[in-house]
Design a binder for this molecule. Structure first.
Ligand SMILES: C[S@@+](CC[C@H](N)C(=O)[O-])C[C@H]1O[C@@H](n2cnc3c(N)ncnc32)[C@H](O)[C@@H]1O
Length: 311
């Protein structure tokens, strides 16, 4: 199929698969292993949230290399995982097989297809989980597909089941003083394009001048763009969105989830570009801040979870 025949969703998914194709074997070590830039504080939090509901069955939709599922092995629930990227599925299956689990409990598929919420070949068997998580996937879902993802998670969960989604915190940009801050000011707070659309040409160019001046208040060269390891597209070169926790909570509730809580993690004691001055203090102070319910998380944490239950 030529690329012009691909739908917008197909194009996003092709880019995601390409981006993650080289990460299958190293992803866990790079981001969750002992040498990771920041300890994976979310794993303990997620495990507590999932095990609190004493689930018999757990699905990780977009499980990567079984990053989270491997931390549930031996705790009781029957574990299932799915992922779009074949190399991630292969690594997750290897982990399952190594630890004595049925590797077919991990399969390939998109979180945007409801059929991919059940093990392939289990025809007629309804997805019916006591707990479902979806971590690191929302950045790669286009805004118009978000209700599809939330709807699929809702349908895949039993009544009363706990569902947890993770997202990157867009409001963190109010603390980082860099290019994402500028973009947040320009596109989400000021909404420059909307203002310009109401103005004559001359006034529009004055607004451009104002925005140009505003950019001088931020480190526009930070953070560096994350490129691929080889020829593949890097994380910042594919669709990798951040989310406003207030807005995402509303969408999650609109999908039918109840008692939704917003929990923050990966705090930053200072804007990250300043960490170089005293890296050990920065790390220790950031870890000391890890309290998912601290209101400062809205601005100083780079990630958050929405935790809800299917009514
Ligand atoms: C940042 S990684 C996170 C992996 C894992 N959940 C974790 O927390 O370590 C994002 C994962 O989402 C998967 N992904 C992205 N879009 C997806 C989609 N539409 N359906 C299923 N998986 C998807 C990618 O293949 C990749 O493995």
């Amino acid at each position: 199929m030529s690329s012009s025949n691909l739908s917008a969703r197909d194009r996003v998914e092709a880019a995601v698969k390409n981006c993650y194709s080289t990460w299958g074997e190293s992803y866990y070590e790079d981001y969750l292993g002992p040498g990771a830039p920041y300890p994976p504080v979310h794993i303990d939090l997620l495990r507590k949230l999932v095990m609190e509901v004493a689930p018999d069955t757990v699905l990780d939709a977009g499980c990567g290399p079984a990053s989270f599922l491997r931390h549930l092995i031996g705790l009781g629930p029957k574990l299932s995982g799915s992922d779009l990227t074949p190399e991630m599925v292969a690594e997750a299956r290897r982990i399952f097989a190594d630890r004595g689990l049925d590797s077919e409990q991990v399969w390939q598929g998109s979180v945007l297809d409801f059929s991919a919420f059940s093990r392939p070949g289990s025809s007629g068997a309804r997805a019916d989980y006591d707990a479902a998580v979806c971590i690191g996937v929302l950045p790669h879902i286009a805004p118009e597909d978000e209700p599809v993802l939330f709807g699929n998670l809702f349908q895949a969960a039993k009544p009363g089941a706990r569902v947890i989604v993770e997202a990157r915190n867009q409001l963190f940009g109010l603390f980082t003083l860099n290019r994402p801050s500028f973009e947040l000011f320009r596109d989400e707070l000021i909404r420059v394009d909307e203002i310009k659309s109401r103005l004559a040409q001359e006034a529009q160019s004055k607004i451009d001048d104002a925005i140009q001046e505003m950019s001088s208040g931020f480190r526009m060269d930070m953070p560096p763009i994350r490129r691929g390891k080889k020829d593949e597209a890097g994380y910042d070169e594919i669709l990798s969105r951040t989310h406003n926790p207030f807005v995402l909570k509303q969408s999650f509730e609109a999908a039918g989830f109840r008692d939704v809580r917003t929990l923050f993690y990966h705090f930053h004691a200072m804007p990250p570009m300043l960490a170089k001055h005293e890296p050990d203090v920065f790390l220790a102070e950031s870890l000391a801040m890890e309290n998912p319910e601290d209101w400062r998380g809205y601005f100083m944490a780079s990630a958050f979870l929405l935790v809800g239950s299917r009514a």
